[in-house]
Design a protein around this ligand. Structure first.
Ligand code: GDP
Ligand code: MG
Length: 170
């Protein structure tokens, strides 16, 4: 079994951190600065007979008003291409902050045919876990996701559970 898994989300939600955590190496640059990843970063994880190709997808978050800058056009194209042929999408958001860029990603994912798993990252900053679903509801991010998995990519919390959901939906 083999599958392409796209990791999507606006800058700073923790895509690179998650990717590095899953692949067990520093393959993708993490930083507080947005757009550290301008090109696609791919990593392959082999587990027994199964092989997962993870793709860190920059550019999917670009707001309409910024679409025409050359660098944004380039990133937007790369993001669109990456989503065309994937088998599963991990949409990652930051529990501490929902923005217009998250909304852009959410809307673009409505057109994706592959199953979309929502990973709610940075839950280490969340004191009361029962607030999670009401919060998703309040920002309008609660839809028919294939699964919703709270994680803390930085600490590895619940990342194996997220990987299990990916395996289940390939
Ligand atoms: P990307 O732009 O989506 O690739 O985000 P990065 O992986 O570069 O992470 C952005 C920032 O969020 C970095 O400072 C990370 O250390 C931090 N970060 C990532 N995951 C977590 C997490 O689970 N908890 C906390 N508190 N911070 C995190
Ligand atoms: Mg990154």
């Amino acid at each position: 079994r083999c599958g392409f898994v796209a990791i999507v989300g606006r800058p700073n939600v923790g895509k690179s951190t998650l990717m590095n955590r899953i692949l067990g190496q520093k393959i993708s640059i993490t930083s507080r600065r947005p757009q550290t990843t301008r090109h696609q970063v791919m990593g392959i994880k082999t587990e027994g007979e199964a092989q997962y190709i993870y793709v860190d997808t920059p550019g999917i978050h670009i707001l309409e008003k910024d679409r025409n800058k050359a660098i944004n056009r380039f990133m937007n194209q790369a993001a669109t291409q990456a989503l065309r042929d994937v088998d599963c999408v991990v949409f990652i958001i930051d529990r501490t902050r929902w923005t217009a860029e998250d909304q852009v990603v959410l809307e673009r994912l409505a057109r994706v045919e592959a199953p979309v798993i929502l990973a709610v990252n940075k839950v280490d900053r969340l004191k009361d876990k029962s607030e999670l679903l009401p919060w998703l509801e309040s920002v309008g991010a609660r839809r028919d996701f294939a699964a919703i998995v709270p994680i803390a990519a930085k600490h590895g919390t619940n990342v194996p559970e997220l990987e299990a959901e990916v395996a289940r939906h390939l």
